[in-house]
Ligand binder design. Structure first.
Ligand code: BGC
Length: 452
């Protein structure tokens, strides 16, 4: 077997999300989302950037699927905008909104690309936020209703479903630090939202078991935490950071329990979950999706609220434009850790990638992005190492297909392997895209060579 060959049926994909790429968030009867409201509130996003046009994927979907075909992708992970399907979040279904996703799924299947559909990538309908959003215990029923509508419309053609994308980010960015929609800063809310998100996840999986015929899972973002020193306080800080980011959602989903560090982190804001909520959160899953970007070398830090743990910058490492350390060995480690802690469940790497500085306009010979290509090269080798060590990883989705709206950081942070000129919306392959296409075409063997 050549050194870096991947299994023949391994899925090679790219990932995106609705609000980040589609544009036209109110088209064809869609209801606005919390991201539409947040991004249109002055001062909350870099340069006031918003998703009104974004990559104009809503109009250019056929071209974008052709782009995926040219790269040789065998799968594509995208999210459905809840408010396109149910403008008020519950109740009346907007057929035109569903039609957009029907057309996308059909175009993918005609091209031989397997869709992976995320039901929730952060764009809660504004109408539901006005009823308390994820703070409202009814949110589990709202989400199950929306999920069932999507299953009924698409499960005949979609075989891979994801309930939530990164519940940690939803609660931490949206309700604890306020950097993401809906922009709240309240530990009592963050703790409550964490529980309601996992109840919603469980309710959607139950809805799937009643009507779906394929596979459903949960996507979490994981960041291995390693202590900056052997001191007692740094090791305790590392355990808190690990509980907060890596175990807070997987422990309830997979083990039916919350990490013991949670009360220490949240203090009086933490309430133990009732047994019925733990039971609802723990549904049999067909797979887990793991998003991996970086690790955290962790030390005790009283200034970081409420975790009292912060990252220590590593002088010899490369950092991305979002300030994340590039550390490929931790990618292998985190996949092995998931198997060790949660058992041998099929895994997909549902996001992995990097923001590096690229020019706003493509040059005559394309876009050279050596740092992103190097990131991909090292991380795909690290992924291969995990598979060789026996971790059951079935596919890899690079974040992201296109440069897109990096939430409150706006369009300035570019994660795409395809460059988007935001003045003309023209797409240009970066060198990283060409490299990824070679890896796919060779089933990984191209990883054996140094980057050219
Ligand atoms: C999210 C994406 C985001 C990416 C890079 C993940 O947290 O799922 O929406 O763009 O990371 O920050």
């Amino acid at each position: 077997m050549p050194e870096f060959r991947f299994p023949a049926d391994f899925l090679w994909g790219c990932a995106t999300s609705a609000y980040q790429i589609e544009g036209h968030p109110l088209a064809d009867g869609a209801g606005p989302s919390i991201w539409h409201r947040f991004a249109h509130t002055p001062g909350l996003t870099d340069q006031g950037d918003h998703g009104d046009i974004a990559c104009d994927h809503y109009s250019r979907v056929a071209d974008d699927v052709r782009l995926m075909r040219d790269l040789g992708l065998s799968s594509y992970r995208f999210s459905i905008a809840w408010g396109r399907v149910l403008p008020q979040g519950t109740g009346r279904v907007n057929a035109k909104g569903l039609d957009f996703y029907r057309r996308l799924v059909d175009a993918l299947l005609e091209t031989g690309i397997k869709p992976m559909v995320t039901l929730y990538h952060w764009d809660l309908p504004e109408a539901l936020d006005d009823r308390g959003g994820w703070l409202n215990t009814d949110s589990a029923d709202w989400f199950a209703e929306y999920a069932a509508t999507c299953f009924d419309a698409l499960d005949d053609r979609v075989t891979l479903w994801v309930t939530l994308n990164e519940p940690w980010v939803i609660a931490d960015g949206g309700y604890l630090h306020g950097t993401l929609a809906p922009g709240h800063r309240n530990p009592f809310e963050a703790a409550r939202v964490a529980r309601n998100l996992m109840r919603a996840h469980g309710a959607a999986v139950q809805a799937y078991r009643a009507r779906g015929r394929h596979h459903i899972g949960l996507v979490v973002n994981l960041e291995p935490k390693v202590p900056a020193s052997e001191s007692e306080i740094d090791r305790a800080a590392t355990a808190r950071a690990d509980a907060y980011m890596n175990r807070q959602y997987l422990d309830p989903a997979m083990l039916g329990q919350c990490p013991p560090e949670m009360p220490e982190i949240f203090g009086t804001a933490w309430q133990d979950w009732p047994a019925e909520d733990l039971a609802l959160a723990r549904q049999p899953l067909d797979f887990l999706g793991i998003n991996y970007y970086t690790r955290g070398v962790t030390r005790h830090d009283d200034h970081v609220w409420p975790l009292r743990a912060g990252n220590v910058r590593q002088p010899s490492s490369t950092y991305t434009e979002t300030g994340w350390e590039v550390h490929a060995p931790s990618f292998t480690d985190v996949l092995a850790w998931v198997r060790e802690r949660y058992g041998d469940i099929p895994l997909y790497v549902t996001e992995n990638g990097a923001a590096f500085e690229d020019p706003p306009r493509a040059g005559p010979d394309g876009v050279h992005d050596p740092l992103r290509a190097a990131y991909l090269h090292s991380h795909l080798r690290a992924l291969h190492a995990a598979i060789t060590a026996g971790v059951d990883v079935r596919g890899y989705y690079l974040w992201s297909l296109l440069d897109n709206l990096e939430w409150s950081l706006g369009f300035a942070k570019r994660f795409g392997i395809v460059h988007v000129d935001y003045a003309t919306l023209e797409r240009t392959l970066k060198d990283s895209a060409r490299f990824y296409a070679r890896v796919i075409a060779s089933h990984g063997e191209a990883l054996g060579k140094d980057l050219r």
